[in-house]
Design a protein around this ligand. Structure first.
Ligand SMILES: *Cc1c(COP(=O)(O)O)cnc(C)c1O
Length: 441
């Protein structure tokens, strides 16, 4: 294929971008800081493919970091969005697509009511305010390595770009803001029990990723989410399950579909984003009716947004969820499973110790270890330096992976035979590059 290693148009855009925006990107995870080199500027997407500004084609395994469940430019989504745009792009009044999207979310998940917002960050920030307002308490429990957006009180020991860039604390967040945040190791029941034993009557909520994907994929141990649901209830705190990444991806509801729905419990509040926006800025938080009724204008806890429930964004989300039927999930799961097999085979053949972990179709690779990774410390102990040469070999062969060893790989329902064979062809050389890698001096 064409010479992917030469990307003059991307280079020149990156030079211009760096002059006018910090680091040349509008979200840190898009920079290639952890893998080196200049980010690739994409110009178009179709199904599982991305085309960059130099005309190279890549199989996309980032999927806009989660939203593109159906692949890029899905015809049903494009048709619905084009029609919505022609009707006008924002009214600042209630409109029918937001009601339909809310009904779709209520139909698929354990929430009684939802409030639509514009980003996952806004969803978790608002859910925490609501939990504090409902309980009249201030403290929040979170787990290290979990990422809930760039909410001030939740950036402590966060995953995603915070871990990729090795940013230890969070400059700009006053100490008094994080003083009420209790950070615990993930999957650690004893730590949760100790925190509630000591502070139980002051804890407003515990927030966790339903299955963490922002330190690599670290699934909850069996029964862990149910345990969280029980211990929060026992202490009068709310359980907030952050399904911004897992929602409408792991199952038609989210990760709750594989534990809570089966075991018979539900979180008090859930947050959603990514898939439910269909590639547009739309997110949501929802849950128990008595809690949601505390939100303005029904109740006293204030929350608002000029573009919340935007008719174009909600139309895109609705079209995406309607097209995300059982057949789409079956295609997604099959493509992901096939890909996982290809990756482990190539790495094993090249002699690279690794651990592949999954939560439904989401998966990631931990390098240089074959022991289970159950928490952030385990994720950080991996040989992340093996990833950069692997990443660049894949990129050169036309496969676009997340530019960080701490992010999960996103497959879509559109990843077909052609896309998977491109990845299969690229893997052996990349695996050899990972095997030959040496740590930075
Ligand atoms: C992406 C993500 C967020 C933040 O969503 P944004 O739309 O980027 O603000 C929150 N929680 C989780 C689990 C996420 O993966």
């Amino acid at each position: 294929m064409d010479d992917v290693t030469s990307t003059p148009a991307s280079q020149s855009l990156f030079d211009r971008a760096r002059a006018v925006s910090p680091g040349g990107v509008n979200s840190p995870v898009r920079a290639f800081r952890a893998v080196g080199g200049a980010p690739v500027f994409m110009a178009a997407g179709s199904g599982p493919w991305l085309t960059d500004v130099d005309g190279h084609r890549y199989v996309d395994l980032v999927g806009s970091w989660g939203p593109m469940l159906l692949g890029h430019a899905h015809p049903a989504v494009l048709d619905a969005v084009t029609a919505a745009v022609a009707r006008g792009t924002s009214f600042g009044t209630p409109s029918s697509p937001e009601v339909e999207l809310a009904e779709e979310i209520v139909g698929r998940t354990p929430v009684d009511q939802v409030r639509l917002v514009s980003s996952g960050t806004e969803a978790t920030m608002s859910a925490i305010r609501l939990a504090r307002g409902f309980t009249g308490r201030d403290r929040v429990v979170k787990f290290s390595g979990c990422y809930h957006g760039h909410v001030d009180s939740l950036l402590a020991e966060a995953g995603s770009g915070v871990v990729t860039l090795g940013i230890p604390g969070t400059p700009g967040v006053p100490a008094h803001v994080t003083a009420d945040t209790i950070v615990l190791p993930y999957n650690d029941r004893a730590a949760v029990e100790a925190a509630f034993a000591e502070h139980g009557d002051q804890i407003a909520c515990l927030v966790t990723e339903a299955a963490p994907g922002n330190m690599g994929v670290v699934p909850p141990k069996p029964g862990f989410n149910r345990f969280l649901s029980e211990i929060t209830a026992r202490h009068g705190a709310l359980f907030i399950s952050d399904e911004v990444m897992t929602g409408f991806r792991v199952t038609r509801s989210g990760h709750w579909g594989v534990d809570g729905a089966v075991e018979g419990w539900r979180p008090d509040l859930l947050t959603f984003g990514k898939v439910m926006g269909g590639g547009f800025p739309a997110a949501a938080f929802g849950g128990r009716e008595d809690v949601m009724q505390q939100l303005a204008p029904a109740g006293p806890v204030y929350q608002a947004g000029t573009l919340s429930g935007n008719p174009v964004a909600t139309t895109a989300g609705l079209a995406t969820l309607r097209a995300a039927d059982d057949a789409a999930y079956a295609r997604l799961d099959a493509a992901s499973e096939h890909l996982q097999g290809l990756v482990t085979t190539a790495l094993a053949e090249a002699g690279v110790a690794h651990r592949l972990q999954r939560a439904g179709s989401m998966f990631s690779v931990f390098w240089g270890t074959d022991a289970p990774v159950v928490d952030f410390a385990g994720a950080q102990a991996q040989e992340a330096w093996r990833y950069a040469p692997f990443f660049h070999a894949m990129l050169d062969a036309g496969v676009y992976l997340p530019p960080s060893a701490f992010e999960c790989w996103f497959v879509s329902a559109s990843h077909d035979e052609e896309a998977l064979s491109r990845i299969e062809a690229a893997l052996p050389a990349a695996a050899r590059a990972a095997a030959a890698a040496t740590p930075a001096p």
